[in-house]
Design a protein around this ligand. Structure first.
Ligand SMILES: Nc1ncnc2c1ncn2[C@@H]1O[C@H](COP(=O)(O)OP(=O)(O)OP(=O)(O)O)[C@@H](O)[C@H]1O
Length: 289
């Protein structure tokens, strides 16, 4: 397997334009993640988060741009990228409801991957539920299982689509810090699509806010944690010049440039009065933790 220096990103996405039927759903997307780092990908319904993840695992053909994994270009075949250490946890959790927890885990086991005992250390509750059919697990337990299944492959880069979908705030508060621990201990890079902005920023190293397929805001999570209004403005596409002003006093492009090298050009737009998509009102309710 290719190795990269600890300081090098294990996943780099550059100038990505990707969509459906030749129509871009995500434009000019740049991001990079190093081993052990978590990048939170935020944004309202339809912003392009899932599309970005699908492109990053090789499931969608790009219109332009590049994805580099562990120093090499993404392969056209999803399974090859998976063998190189790229794993996606989809928002439908990818568990087999009619099978038991044990059977789900056994099916996910890979030669050279982690042992069941390893993943039970992170999710001890699953051990007590080994004989339970997944359809009878709670949402939180199913998400633990989805994560455990992914970890069995010992991923270098884990892409997670809405881990907290359908979970209670308490379950989310339990699960996200565990993900932080796993990323630290396994030195695993994570791209986390999440609607709980505060909880995501609390565990992330960097964050990108997508709006209408464009990067509206990007930066180190530590900086964005104290800038809730600015994050929300980007989330709702209300970013004007003043909202660009970061704590460093930089404006525009420079304010968007994070230590991870992320740049958002949509953030340069002033409030254009662009109509919101119909789903965004619901999303607004979801961002309040
Ligand atoms: N298979 C598809 N064919 C055509 N358009 C699609 C397809 N999948 C997604 N889209 C469109 O691409 C855009 C981005 O969708 P995407 O699912 O990436 O957004 P998202 O940010 O993940 O949204 P959500 O939070 O609701 O899951 C949306 O306008 C959506 O309608």
């Amino acid at each position: 397997m290719t190795t990269v220096a600890a300081t090098e990103p294990v996943l780099t996405i550059a100038g990505l334009n990707v969509g459906y039927g030749g129509v871009p759903a995500v434009r000019d997307f740049d991001a990079s993640v190093r081993a052990g780092e978590i990048l939170a990908l935020l944004g309202p319904n339809g912003a392009g988060k899932t599309t970005t993840l699908l492109a990053a695992v090789g499931a969608l053909t790009f219109l332009s741009g590049s994805v580099t994994v562990l120093g090499e270009p993404l392969d056209r075949r999803v399974e090859r990228n998976a063998r190189r250490g790229l794993t996606l946890v989809p928002d439908n959790r990818g568990v087999f409801h009619k099978l038991t927890v044990s059977d789900n885990l056994r099916l996910a086991k890979r030669k050279g991957g982690a042992e069941l005992s390893d993943v039970f250390e992170y999710f001890p509750k699953l051990k007590t539920l080994k004989g339970r059919r997944c359809g009878n697990l709670s949402g939180g337990e199913q998400q633990m299982l989805a994560l455990a299944k992914a970890l069995l492959a010992r991923p270098k880069v884990l892409l997670i689509d809405e881990l907290s979908l359908g979970l209670s705030p308490i379950a989310v508060k339990d699960l996200l810090p565990r993900l932080r621990t796993i990323a630290d201990e396994q030195q695993m890079a994570v791209v986390l699509v999440e609607q709980h902005i505060d909880l995501a920023l609390a565990i992330a190293d960097s964050a990108i806010v997508l709006h209408h397929g464009r990067v509206a805001l990007a930066g180190p999570a530590q900086e964005l944690r104290g800038q809730r209004e600015k994050v929300e403005a980007a989330y709702f596409g209300l970013v004007g010049d003043e909202a660009q002003r970061s704590s460093t006093g930089l404006v525009g492009d420079e304010a968007q440039r994070s230590s991870t090298g992320l740049v958002g050009d949509e953030a340069q737009r002033s409030s254009t009065g662009e109509p919101r998509e119909s789903g965004e009102t619901d999303a607004a309710a979801k961002v309040v933790d």
